[in-house]
Design a protein around this ligand. Structure first.
Ligand code: SF4
Ligand code: SF4
Length: 336
């Protein structure tokens, strides 16, 4: 028996999304990294250590997710993972495109990484590679197989857009065959490069309410029936469902190599970060910043969604929004 539930924002943990560099070997169409806003630095190990130390505390469990760019391109990722445990983190995840540089699987143990999370945007090279790059499907699959063979817990992230939603239904069997334990369905966000492609591609990539709901929950059910935990964003709120902004109630920190710290990932294309790390201290930024937006109440739900990607909104003849958009961090989950 499986149970589907909406996962409300955790008030008992801090989630640190730590971009330790912005460099990447791939050039995915929907990449949200924006070097103009996030910098081009590769953080030194001593800086990573100092910044990691800022967050763990007595009252809340701190979880770190190492990101890039491609985090395995950082020659000191293995050392950073070990430091994270030493300074008090309760879990360590690494998001990777699967190329697994610097022999990372030989430098850390499965006990040191709660999840190695691979990104794949199609069940075959013909769907994945036009989005993520020539040869990236085979590389990712081979990296994932090696990780599973070595005993690492693995998850897989599939970013859904109009370009690959039809093939999502082919993922459950592939996940099962690969031995993946968790599946994250993500929705395309119009940030970074996809925001730059706005005029060209945006309306082609973003999904409507009906497209999303006609495919994603059904695939999620199928994945869960195979014994795999599956998580996907709510995106469209049900009529009676309350709207909450994670920026007001959750402890999420999206950290970039230039020291910017955002509380909301949808704000990352703009210099409106609510916090900054200076001389290894986490400081609030002066007004006006993203935090001033979180308390605004609009009939469309999420304010930032309306500002940056309003193509997923629709209105009735009287001008009222037909659906409210949930916070991008509100998730649905099925645990088998
Ligand atoms: S989405 Fe990830 S793997 Fe793709 S180019 Fe951006 S950082 Fe690299
Ligand atoms: S996505 Fe919207 S609702 Fe969520 S934190 Fe950002 S502004 Fe708030």
């Amino acid at each position: 028996m499986t149970t589907r539930r909406t996962v409300s924002f955790s008030r008992n943990s801090k989630n640190i999304f730590f971009h330790i560099l912005t460099q990447c070997n791939l050039n995915c169409k929907h990449c949200y990294i924006n070097p103009e806003q996030h910098g081009r630095k590769t953080l030194s190990l001593s800086t990573i250590k100092s910044w990691l130390k800022i967050f763990p505390g007595k009252n809340k469990r701190a979880n770190v997710i190492f990101l890039g760019g491609e985090p395995t391109l950082h020659p000191d990722l293995a050392a950073a993972i070990k430091i994270a445990w030493q300074v008090g983190y309760g879990s360590v995840t690494v998001d990777t495109n699967g190329y697994l540089f610097h022999d990372i699987l030989d430098k850390v143990t499965p006990e040191e990484v709660n999840y190695l999370s691979f990104s794949l945007d199609g069940p075959s090279p013909s769907i994945n590679d036009p989005i993520r790059g020539e040869g990236s499907f085979d590389k990712c699959i081979s990296g994932l197989r090696r990780a599973v063979k070595k005993g690492f817990h693995t998850s897989l992230i599939y970013t859904v857009s109009r370009e690959n939603i039809a093939q999502l239904s082919h993922m459950p069997q592939l996940l099962k065959d690969l031995g993946v334990e968790r599946f994250f369905i993500q929705v395309i966000g119009i940030r970074g490069k996809s925001a730059g492609n706005r005029a060209k591609d945006n309306d082609k990539l973003q999904l409507t309410h009906d497209e999303w709901l006609s495919i994603v929950p059904a695939v999620a059910e199928k994945v869960a029936k195979m014994g795999i935990t599956v998580t996907w964003p709510k995106v469209f709120l049900d009529p009676e469902e309350p709207f909450h902004c994670a920026g007001l109630v959750a402890d999420n920190y999206f950290i970039f190599p230039n020291g910017r710290v955002y509380r909301c990932p949808l704000c990352e294309d703009y210099p409106i970060h609510g916090m900054v790390i200076r001389e290894n201290q986490l400081l609030s930024t002066p007004k006006i910043n993203e935090c001033d937006l979180f308390g605004l109440s609009i009939p469309e739900g999420c304010v930032m969604n309306k500002i940056i990607q309003p193509e997923n909104l629709s209105y009735s003849d009287d001008g009222c929004p037909v659906y409210r958009i949930a916070c991008c961090m509100l998730k649905e989950e099925i645990v088998p």
